[in-house]
Design a protein. Structure first.
Length: 606
């Protein structure tokens, strides 16, 4: 088996994280953001120079008739326009590139974090919510990385520079925008507090809406079979209506606060023009009666107009930052989750370098397949699923597991693969507690055909190669298709094993899907093979043929979970579970002789 060194390191790193540290992502692209800031500053300075040019055109050219300045001032306007175009474009491109890279890395790291979590995490959360975290919430982080962060800096910079020039021209009139900004800031804070709560509720309902739609579409055939279209439409409408109501609440906040900000920005220009006009006519009472020139008034109005945009952006930034904060909070809820199944092997604990990992890494070749359950108990809360279960099966032998639905058969397999950890007792492979084995090695050592069939929207070949896409050979795939009797229908397809099957194997019958999953397990040639009620959808003849194939497999420990005695009767040992404990144990003949549950099942079936 090929040694892999990157996966354990990656898993270990993400298991240690309990918070999304956005600062570390921005730090990685700090130089690009520095360049964007320089471009933004140059663009802002050019904007701030424009009113001065207008002042000179009015005072020196139009009023003082200094026509020799007109060419230079017009060239200055042209230069300002060209410079703004270049530097603003550069700023936008750099921010878009950096923000997109950050969003891409945040999304893949979040996905890796989700993949590192244990099965119990997925038992308590729906897929729609996770999809919203990975897509929508990361998009809101992308908004911050692409333009909101640099926009906040630009708003501050424009305000400071504009106020500097206004104070130089007339400090009294510069008080007007200061008052406007203070009032706008108070309004923005109030709006942000209301938006913070609403955005959290809105995104949560968005998750519910996504999950309802995804669940319905995935089970659309079941919905139609039971004529539940009306019920599903009503359920979707309920969530859609709630999502609509929350959006309306959001709109009410904007309607309440945004017009106030708009009124303030419009009043700034009007009041400045009125008071400035009086100073032009009657003189400036704060400067010994000296009149304000028309050019200076035009410059002041230009700076006030330049301040309208930053003031309006305060509300918009409050909106975006509230949304991003709500998204960051939900993403951190995932990062705070720690996997209950921890890799306690020497590989996970001690290996710090790729060389050390390569030396410490076990392979499936080191596992022969002896399995022992030693007084295993497993509980979920107060409910006992398995109670003091003990058995041992030698390498290369076959264990049959029978029992009524809910007796704990599938739980044995989940514990063997460490999807969950035992509450007490231990499980050993080759005499070693499985908690001391690297998780990746343990799970690669066990091939499973589970009763819950899952096929990806991929080719048949891709589904069979699952987990071994780069290393599995074409003859291995072909052999697995033949052994599982999948070749009988695959060869009749136009593209054979390269045929793309739909989501969850749509277009294939239950028996065909089951045979492909059997082929997937047989192709891997692992030390342990698990068959969890894996022939229930097959006809009797095909089931018997596959059982012959399984019987001929040598050097592989087999655990066969079944309801049919025909599937387990040739096993080296059979255990019968009842309410989470082993009720009977022995070979087929021994169990018949006991005359217990196994014999009752035998009589029912034969």
């Amino acid at each position: 088996m090929t040694k892999r060194v990157s996966s354990p390191t990656m898993t270990r790193n993400f298991m240690k994280q309990n918070k999304l540290n956005l600062a570390s992502y921005f730090k990685k692209y700090a130089f690009l953001y520095f360049l964007a800031t320089i471009c933004m500053m140059v663009g802002v300075m050019l904007d701030m120079v424009f009113p001065i040019v207008v002042q000179h055109i009015v005072d020196d050219v139009l009023i003082a008739r200094k026509m020799e300045l007109i060419n230079m001032l017009l060239l200055a306007i042209l230069g300002i326009g060209v410079g703004r175009f270049f530097f603003c474009y550069a700023k936008e491109w750099i921010c878009d590139y950096s923000g997109s890279k950050i969003a891409c890395e945040v999304r893949i790291n979040l996905f890796n974090k989700i993949q590192s979590l244990s099965a119990n995490f997925f038992d308590g959360i729906n897929s729609g919510e996770l999809m919203s975290r990975v897509k929508d919430d990361v998009d809101h982080i992308w908004d911050v990385g692409c333009f909101m962060a640099i926009l906040a800096v630009e708003v501050a910079l424009r305000t400071i520079i504009a106020m500097f020039f206004m104070i130089r021209i007339n400090w009294a009139l510069s008080i007007i925008p200061v008052i406007g900004m203070i009032i706008t800031g108070i309004i923005a804070v109030k709006m942000e507090n209301k938006l913070d709560v609403l955005f959290g509720d809105l995104e949560q309902e968005n998750s519910e809406l996504n999950n309802t739609a995804a669940e319905n579409l995935a089970g659309v055939r079941t919905v139609k079979a039971f004529a539940r279209e009306g019920f599903e439409i009503a359920k979707f409408h309920k969530h859609n209506q709630k999502y609509y109501d929350l959006n309306i609440d959001l709109s009410r906040v904007f309607v309440k606060y945004n017009p106030k900000i708009q009124v303030i920005t419009r009043l700034l220009a009007s009041v400045t023009c009125l008071l400035g006009g009086l100073m032009v006519i009657k003189g400036n009472p704060f400067a010994g009666g000296e009149s304000l020139t028309i050019g200076e008034l035009m410059a002041l109005l230009g700076y006030v107009s330049g301040l309208v945009w930053p003031i309006e952006m305060i509300g918009w930034l409050a909106n975006g930052i509230s949304r991003a904060k709500a998204s960051l909070k939900r993403i951190n809820n995932i990062y705070e989750q720690l996997p209950q199944i921890k890799d306690q092997s020497p590989l996970a604990a001690d290996a710090q370098t790729e060389e050390a990992i390569a030396d410490a890494l076990f392979t499936t070749d080191d596992i022969s397949g002896e399995i022992e359950f030693d007084h295993v108990t497993y509980k979920i809360g107060e409910r006992t699923i398995l109670d003091d279960v003990s058995f041992k099966i030698g390498a290369g032998q076959t264990l049959g597991i029978m029992g009524a639905t809910g007796s704990g058969k599938t739980t044995i397999i989940n514990l063997l693969k460490r999807m969950y950890d035992v509450t007490s007792g231990c499980i050993k492979i080759d005499g070693v507690d499985i908690r001391e084995l690297p998780l990746s090695v343990l799970r690669r050592a066990v091939s499973c055909v589970m009763q819950d069939i899952f096929l990806f929207s991929d080719t048949i070949d891709g589904n069979i190669r699952l987990g071994e896409r780069e290393t599995m050979t074409v003859p291995q795939v072909r052999s697995a298709l033949e052994k599982s009797h999948s070749a009988e229908f695959v060869d009749k397809m136009e593209e054979k094993e390269h045929t793309v099957i739909g989501e969850r194997g749509v277009g294939l019958s239950g028996g065909q899907k089951q045979r492909i999953t059997i082929a997937r397990a047989l192709a891997r040639k692992t030390p342990v093979l698990v068959m969890d009620d894996s022939t229930s959808a097959l006809d009797t003849e095909t089931e018997q043929d596959i059982q012959k194939v399984l019987a001929d497999l040598s050097g592989m420990t087999k655990l066969i979970i079944a309801h049919r005695i025909s599937a387990v009767r040739k096993a080296d040992k059979i255990i019968v579970l009842e309410k989470g404990h082993i009720a009977e144990e022995g070979t087929h003949e021994e169990l018949l002789a006991k005359g217990g549950l196994y014999k009752e099942t035998y009589k029912t079936q034969y």
